[in-house]
Design a binder for this molecule. Structure first.
Ligand code: ATP
Length: 347
């Protein structure tokens, strides 16, 4: 992978614990996780699950209660943020309103005592890489939200960090701009090759950006894996329902839960007969979304009667109406089983 900064370092946490309020809050509860050099690792989880705390502890902005943080194989506990060779971009990437884009970008280099000519050169390089080379003389108020966000990234980039730590950097952008910015961010990271740890609660963002996704809940790591693995083979019902929109259907049966994704619940005639598990679906509602039909109803015959959602692509032409019951099916190989009590996978 091309890496103009010439550098990338693995990031690792070992059995990391972070408590607040004298132990009353355990924000990070024994997390062990490693991102490889140049990897894009996404920390995903609901609000309050400890993502930001984990990132801030890696950055050195918080001291761990227990465990270790390693950057490039070296334990960095006790090292101040400046000495960690990381660059962090937050959700609220404050730019200096009265300084130009260039002055904003070079600010960290000025603080390090770098000479003016080298600073200007580095600013130009970072700005070109982010496609804002023509905006160096502007002030932040003369920029769009997406451009401001790129200035913040350029400011992180000029220090040529070993690791980028990004905390919901796209959350201030509207939905359309966010999709474009997400694509740009991914291409940019592939170009520079810097190890990136990215925090989000948005699973679409996580699936689109991450080489791997670490799913967190209540301070604990539930699963880490490639987007497709976390989606296809969730480790527990938390991951199964947190990832995927609509989420995985879960039907109780004999002390277990049978799980299947909405797109795998289809009219029986389009499911291969050799591997067909039948479901009676009493349909009560239909939605049309992005060309797909979302069919809401109560499933029976596969476990206890349970409300489920089926997602039918436009290629499935079977007429479906609310108020009627249909023969649906799932391919047996698409079923996932979970323990009803613990929520863990059970085969
Ligand atoms: P969000 O997506 O809402 O930003 P998060 O997953 O990033 O959430 P954290 O900000 O890491 O979550 O917070 C994890 C837990 O730790 C929460 O219960 C939070 O209330 C608590 N917490 C965070 N910072 C502090 C603090 N300084 N003092 C006490 N509790 C804190």
């Amino acid at each position: 992978m091309a890496n103009p900064t010439g550098k990338a370092a693995a990031v690792e946490v070992r059995n990391l614990v972070k408590e607040y309020d004298g132990g009353r809050v355990r924000a990070v509860d024994g997390v062990s996780l490693r991102s490889e050099e140049g990897e894009y690792l996404v920390l995903l989880g609901p609000s309050g699950c400890g993502k930001t705390t984990l990132l801030r502890t890696i950055a050195g902005l918080e001291q761990p209660t227990g465990g270790e943080v390693l950057i490039g194989g070296n334990v960095v506990n006790g090292l101040p943020p400046r000495a960690r060779k990381i660059a962090m971009v937050f959700q609220s990437y404050a730019l200096y309103p009265h300084k130009t884009v260039e002055a904003n970008i070079v600010f960290p280099l000025k603080a390090e005592g770098m000479k003016r000519a080298r600073r200007a050169e580095r600013a130009r390089w970072a700005a070109e890489l982010l496609g804002i080379g023509g905006l160096l003389d502007r002030k932040p108020r003369q920029l769009s939200g997406g451009e401001r966000q790129r200035v913040a990234l350029a400011r992180a980039l000029v220090r040529q960090p070993l690791v980028f730590l990004l905390d919901e950097p796209l959350s201030n952008l509207d939905a359309k701009l966010r999709a474009t910015a997400r694509d740009e961010l991914k291409r940019f990271q592939q170009e520079v090759g810097t190890t990136t740890v990215y925090v989000t609660h948005d699973q679409t963002e996580a699936m689109g950006l991450g080489d791997r996704i670490a799913v967190l809940d209540k301070g604990r790591l539930r699963q880490v894996g490639r987007p497709m693995d976390v989606y296809d083979d969730p480790a527990d019902t938390f991951v199964a329902t947190f990832i995927g929109s609509p989420p995985m259907n879960l039907v109780p049966r004999d002390g277990r839960l049978v799980g299947f994704r909405p797109e795998h619940l289809l009219p029986a005639e389009v499911v291969p007969a050799a591997d067909r598990v039948g479901v009676r679906l009493a349909v009560d509602r239909l939605e049309y979304l992005s060309g797909d039909r979302h069919v809401y109803g109560t499933a029976s015959g596969i476990g206890e009667p349970t409300r489920v959602i089926a997602r039918l692509p436009a290629t499935v032409l079977t007429p479906i109406e609310a108020g009627r019951t249909y023969g649906f099916a799932v391919r047996g190989e698409k079923l996932r089983f979970f323990d009803a009590a613990s929520g863990e996978r059970a085969e």
